[in-house]
Design a protein around this ligand. Structure first.
Ligand SMILES: Cc1ncc(COP(=O)(O)O)c(C=O)c1O
Length: 490
């Protein structure tokens, strides 16, 4: 058939046949199909990860034994690996899995959307899905946090947050205060307010920033007082990457008062701690205060979709982008508010309330905290601190690099620098290997394990997790290190 000839159509259904390829048609590269991807074995996954994704990262996966897992499916609180092993997920994708894996209502909503051949991209038109999602987010948000920008990641939501705030603050007040040990994403703009040297690398970042210690209200006040060019302050309500660090209620109340006094806009990053994880929809709701701008992502996508949202007060938004002339300065990007992502987030928000997941985070998260405090009392030489709210809990180990017997120190020191002195790497690796439990590590404090299970987590999951940890810690530090070292030579 001539390539230019229109295919025959019927009134019932047009069947478009692919044109026969001419001998000089562009040859299909050697592509892997979806079926072949599913069937890929660990050796090939490792080769391709090394060749095309991140060879350096593989090194860490090997240290922790994570490279031996091929996830075949996931449901609720569990991953299932290639051997049918069920792995209890207390990592929760750093807070991305509030609904657990493959929540049936979220799957159903997506399937229906696909079956009905609903549209995804509506850049030229308004989208009923984006409109409904923005409405729902405004309803979930206190005060006048009414205006929503939709994107595809936490970084994008935070970029939108600092941009809307910077424009609303005005050109005479371009400086942004951020906190020590903050994490707001890795895209170039928010990298300037992300504290980790590892991520900042040697990039040329914007220099309109002022860094203050987290949870230190005097430092905030001193900064506001001394520099009238400060227009914005950005803070995670609970620091995640910093190792689950909280500030007391008085801090937030004083912060709100100082922001009002000095005319500074407060941006609350709730990408990790928001959406019910702390036992309230937003963590800042524990303190009876409302920021000027906030951001959500991670669990907003229901564990199935990439969705981020910036939510600003109407006043801030209108100042920044409220006129036809300014409206397009930061309008949605290509995938902002696309169909299936939006309906996934709409269903996720409905499930959050219908299933009482915020209440469960408060109650069952409280039980987890209680059991961990009891574990700390049992292993005081190993566990230094237990802290957090709801299902956002940090477990800090004592740094044992100096207390380890001399014979073990050289062996441990040949292990990666990142794990040196840090029990959390050893504990995490052995929890997975021996107890089928997955936990998360912490960027800025290698002694902290982060526990962010799905909000569907029940007390039996808590018991299973704490019993596993208890059994592991009861081996004692020397055995844990020896077992870890043995796992490296196998
Ligand atoms: C508090 C916080 N803000 C922003 C981000 C960036 O989100 P994303 O990885 O989706 O870009 C993260 C990610 O971990 C985060 O924890």
């Amino acid at each position: 058939m001539n390539v230019m000839t229109k295919p025959e159509t019927t009134h019932a259904r047009a069947v478009v046949k692919a044109p026969a390829l001419s001998p000089d048609a562009i040859a299909k590269p050697d592509l892997i199909s979806v079926e072949a991807a599913k069937a890929m074995d660990l050796a090939m996954m490792t080769d391709l990860f090394k060749a095309h994704l991140n060879p350096g990262q593989l090194h860490f996966m090997k240290l922790l034994g994570f490279h031996k897992v091929k996830v075949e499916s996931a449901e609720g609180m569990f991953y299932v690996d290639q051997n049918g092993r069920k792995i209890l997920d207390f990592f929760g994708g750093f807070g991305s899995l509030a609904f657990g894996h493959n929540h049936p209502r979220i799957l159903e909503a997506r399937k229906k959307f696909q079956d009905e051949k609903r549209h995804e991209i509506a850049i030229a038109f308004m989208s009923q899905y984006a409109a409904a999602l923005a409405h729902n987010l405004a309803r979930c948000s206190p005060g006048n946090l009414d205006m929503v920008f939709l994107g595809s990641s936490g970084s994008e939501a935070m970029e939108a947050a600092i941009k809307v705030a910077e424009r609303a603050a005005g050109p005479k007040r371009p400086k942004i205060v951020y906190a020590e040990n903050s994490f707001h994403g890795k895209t170039k703009g928010v990298l300037s307010i992300t504290d980790g040297q590892l991520y900042r690398g040697e990039f040329k970042l914007t220099d309109n920033t002022v860094r203050v210690p987290f949870a230190d209200i005097d430092a905030v006040e001193a900064a506001f007082k001394s520099d009238p060019a400060i227009g914005v302050i950005v803070l995670e309500t609970i620091q995640g990457g910093g190792g689950i660090v909280q500030a007391p209620a008085e801090y937030w109340q004083k912060l709100r008062a100082l922001c009002d006094q000095y005319g500074v806009l407060w941006v609350a990053d709730e990408v990790q701690c928001g959406l019910g994880r702390s036992g309230r929809f937003y963590a800042f709701e524990h303190y009876g205060v409302v920021p000027d701008v906030t951001a959500l992502a991670k669990s907003l996508g229901g564990g199935k979709s990439a969705v981020g949202a910036m939510i600003a007060s109407r006043e801030v938004y209108m100042k920044a982008y409220g006129t036809p002339k300014t409206a397009m300065i930061h309008a949605a990007a290509t995938f902002g508010g696309i169909g299936e992502a939006s309906i996934t987030a709409i269903e996720a928000l409905n499930v959050l309330y219908d299933e009482g997941l915020i209440d469960n985070a408060a109650a069952t998260g409280g039980y987890l905290l209680e059991r961990l405090h009891a574990l700390q009392a049992k292993h005081p030489k190993i566990i230094k601190d237990v802290r957090g709210k709801g299902f956002m809990i940090g477990l800090e180990f004592h740094d044992f690099s100096q207390t380890l017997p001399m014979v073990l120190r050289p062996i441990v020191s040949v292990l990666d620098d990142k794990l040196k002195g840090s029990l959390s790497g050893f504990v995490g690796a052995l929890l997975l290997r021996d107890y089928d439990v997955l936990v998360a590590f912490t960027e800025y404090n290698r002694n902290v394990i982060r526990l962010e299970p799905p909000l569907i987590c029940q007390s039996e999951h808590v018991d299973r997790f704490v019993d596993a940890l208890d059994s592991l810690l009861s081996r004692g530090i020397v055995s844990i290190v020896k077992d870890f070292v043995k796992s490296q030579v196998k």
